[in-house]
Design a binder for this molecule. Structure first.
Ligand code: NAD
Ligand code: 572
Ligand code: ZN
Length: 355
């Protein structure tokens, strides 16, 4: 446990390619908040994107912003109204705190709340810092046997839980996952845990497909240069029929085209990967075969299930972590995440003072 903290080293994005380590004030918790001594933060593609481009779509970094949103830590102080957490508890932090009052929050779809404050989505600071204050009810206590790295990985795992729920995966389903980056890989293991009996994974990188195979994919296909209809036929031939649903995790237009062609009539395609704002897709094929196309925006009410999946041993996310750095080595860590050097999948930063 940290004692009498007096500094708050943080990784602050000032402008494009200008990521700096600097001391910031230590925040104090309000009545319903907790102060967390941050331990592990995974680097997400969006952190790298903000660093390299300064924006994602309409979200522009206009003022210095602390990066990081895949987070675990140890409670260092609690607000006076907090009853379910205490100093020393190990927690995973769900990074998006909604307004709780809008129609989406009231309907239970708080991921769609227009007022949500999400770590490291401008203008809100993220968690690549020593001490962070967060809504107590968006912190989940980790059982002793769940590691702090697994706690940080609950964030991308929650994206997958939401995607698999949106896809309607049930026992015995055949599933196609397009893209074998961190998000495709958590979808692979989640689809399996939620009952998929066969999972096919595509990518354009053999290295990433090897990871997918090691994580249990039944078939991996390098789709580079391949025609979507031909690949859809290959998948159907391997499985004996088309897939029940497809989880698109690359954002590539050709991959979304494959997602539609490879999915059975009456099946479902969920779009997770972010691509160009507009694209040319075979939507008449989707129309004629009643292939549903559904969006996925982060996650809602998924942290508890993601935690149970890890705690029960039904999914193993540990192999995703390929590289580890300290907070002081943040720039190196981001460079590894950017280049993918050394087969990087998930780069993890340790924000604790004494490692
Ligand atoms: P990533 O870039 O590490 O992985 C994408 C993978 O897709 C790479 O391995 C790449 O080689 C592969 N790819 C590229 N073209 C392909 C093609 N034609 N067919 C198959 N694979 C192809 O990114 P990630 O961290 O795994 O995230 C995946 C996507 O999900 C990103 O676009 C990210 O922005 C998005 N995302 C969306 C949400 C959401 O809420 N919708 C949440 C998290 C991430
Ligand atoms: O883990 C949350 C997350 N969400 C991502 C990407 C990476 N990680 N999304 C893609 C970008 N959108 S966004 O709406 N945005 C920048 C807020 O374009 C959010 C979901
Ligand atoms: Zn993310």
């Amino acid at each position: 446990m940290p004692s009498s903290p007096d500094t708050n080293l943080s990784a602050v994005l000032y402008s494009i390619k200008n990521l700096r380590l600097e001391e910031r004030p230590i925040p104090q918790p309000g009545p319903h908040e907790v102060q967390v001594a941050i331990q592990k933060v995974g680097i997400c593609g969006s952190d790298v994107h903000y660093w390299q481009r300064g924006c994602i779509g309409d979200f522009v970094v206009k003022a210095p912003m602390v990066l990081g949103h895949e987070t675990s830590g140890v409670i260092s102080a609690v607000g006076d109204k907090v009853t379910h957490l205490k100093q020393g508890d190990r927690v995973a932090i769900e990074p998006g705190v909604p307004c709780r009052r809008c129609e989406y929050c009231k309907e239970g779809r708080y991921n769609l709340c227009p007022h949500i404050t999400f770590c490291a989505t401008p203008p809100y600071h993220g968690t690549l810092t020593r001490y962070y204050v967060h809504a107590a009810d968006f912190c989940y206590k980790l059982p002793d046997h769940v590691s702090l790295e697994e706690g940080a990985l609950l964030e991308p795992l929650s994206v997958a839980v939401h995607a698999c729920r949106r896809a309607g995966i049930v026992l015995g389903n055949y599933v196609l996952v397009c893209g074998a980056g961190p998000i495709g890989l958590v979808n692979l293991v989640s689809a399996r845990a939620m009952g998929a009996s066969r999972v096919v994974v595509t990518d354009i990188s053999d290295d990433r497909l090897k990871v997918a195979k090691d994580l249990g994919a039944d078939l991996t296909i390098n789709v580079s240069g391949k025609d979507a209809k031909t690949t859809a036929a290959t998948i159907a031939e391997f499985l004996g029929r088309p897939v029940d649903c497809t989880i698109e995790c690359s954002g590539a237009e050709t991959s979304t085209t494959l997602a539609i062609f490879a999915t059975k009539s009456g099946g479902c395609v969920v779009l997770v990967g972010m691509g160009a704002p507009e694209s040319k897709l075979p939507i008449m094929d989707a129309l004629c075969r009643e292939v549903d196309i559904r969006g996925v925006f982060r996650y809602v009410n998924c942290y508890p299930a993601a935690l149970e999946m890890v705690a029960s041993g039904r999914v193993n996310v540990k192999p995703l972590v390929t590289h580890r750095y300290s907070l002081e080595q943040t720039l190196e860590a981001f460079e590894t995440a950017r280049t993918g050097a050394g087969g990087a999948i998930k780069v993890m930063i340790d924000c604790s003072r004494n490692q």
